[in-house]
Write a protein that binds this ligand. Structure first.
Ligand SMILES: C[S@@+](CC[C@H](N)C(=O)[O-])C[C@H]1O[C@@H](n2cnc3c(N)ncnc32)[C@H](O)[C@@H]1O
Length: 298
């Protein structure tokens, strides 16, 4: 369903929303992002306030106001209010049941892309995205690995339903396969056959969860955030189990929280199944990714 809104009314709505955002310490740029998502207006029209006399919106002005009040008072992330986000070049549906995919997670796909340039055989066989959430990583992988099958797993049925919608709307159903279950459990038949495993697992230490911004801790799924007492519970599991699933020389790549790099590298070294363990920094110089290869002969 769509609504006709007058350009003048929308301009007034925007002015009020901008003032309210500033007064509440919310980045005013979120107002225009939100309007772009729900009305399709472009950045320039919003900045220059050149609105058409009448435009189509997915929401009525009254509903826009209710949603914006939620942003201000409940601190609901603007992506959940719009029901969508942009990640790499994809427009993805997001709801409260999935983590909003972050810009830093995009870099995982760039790391795989660089690995494939030096080892073209990596674009083949089976890849796994463990803890797929909205399906972002699986979709990103499918876009660069055009010869591989992607197996995307999540324990959350709600997340899998959103991932399924995103995969269908972006036409990747022929190469991304969804499974409900814990980490490798649904992929028993692929033991020893996986070319690469990517994961952005929950890695926030439980005692620090309450320090997260209200947008995150009050709205995003705890299942997607809580990494156990030291943040490494899921990561330890992915280190100890992946050796059985990766093929010789297979890729093991995860996102971590800044400061976890040395401990994750040491877990991989101690496990004995991995080699070429590399901690990779983000653009700000923080250790945010760990890459390793399955040893050919453990
Ligand atoms: C940090 S979120 C990452 C979501 C998505 N891959 C992304 O990068 O935006 C972690 C995901 O792991 C899932 N998860 C948590 N425990 C899991 C488990 N035992 N097995 C499979 N998935 C799990 C959560 O439901 C959540 O979707």
């Amino acid at each position: 369903m769509s609504w006709q809104i007058s350009g003048d009314e929308l301009a007034r709505w925007r002015d009020n929303a901008l003032s309210a955002a500033k007064a509440s310490g919310i980045d005013p740029q979120e107002v225009d992002w939100f309007l772009r998502e729900v009305t399709g207006l472009d950045k320039l029209s919003l900045r220059l306030r050149t609105f058409p006399p009448s435009l189509e919106s997915s929401y009525s002005l009254a509903h826009l106001s209710r949603l914006w009040a939620e942003r201000l008072h409940s601190r609901s992330p603007v992506q959940y209010l719009a029901g969508s986000t942009t990640w790499r070049n994809f427009h993805l549906k997001v709801t409260h049941g999935v983590l909003i995919p972050r810009p830093e997670t995009e870099y995982l796909i760039d790391i795989v892309s660089a690995a494939v340039k030096t080892s073209p055989d990596l674009d083949s066989g089976h890849w796994a995205d463990l803890g797929t959430g909205s399906g972002a990583i699986a979709i990103g992988l499918s876009s660069i690995l055009t010869n591989a099958q992607i197996h995307a797993v999540d324990v959350s049925r709600v997340a899998l339903a959103i991932a399924a919608e995103n995969i269908k709307s972006l036409n990747y159903t022929d190469r991304i396969h969804l499974y409900q279950g814990s980490w490798w459990t649904p992929l028993q038949s692929l033991r020893g056959k996986i070319t690469g495993m990517i994961s952005n697992p929950p890695y926030i230490p439980s005692p620090t969860l309450e320090d997260l911004q209200p947008e995150v801790i009050n709205h995003e799924p705890t299942l997607a955030l809580d990494g156990g007492e030291d943040g490494l519970t899921s990561i330890r599991h992915l280190v100890s189990t992946s050796g059985d699933y990766l093929r010789p020389d297979g890729v093991w790549l995860i996102e971590i929280m800044a400061g976890q790099g040395a401990r994750v590298a040491s877990l991989l070294e101690q496990d004995g199944n991995y080699e070429s363990v590399t901690v990779i920094d983000d653009f700000a110089g923080f250790d945010r990714y760990v890459l390793a290869r399955r040893k050919s002969c453990p």
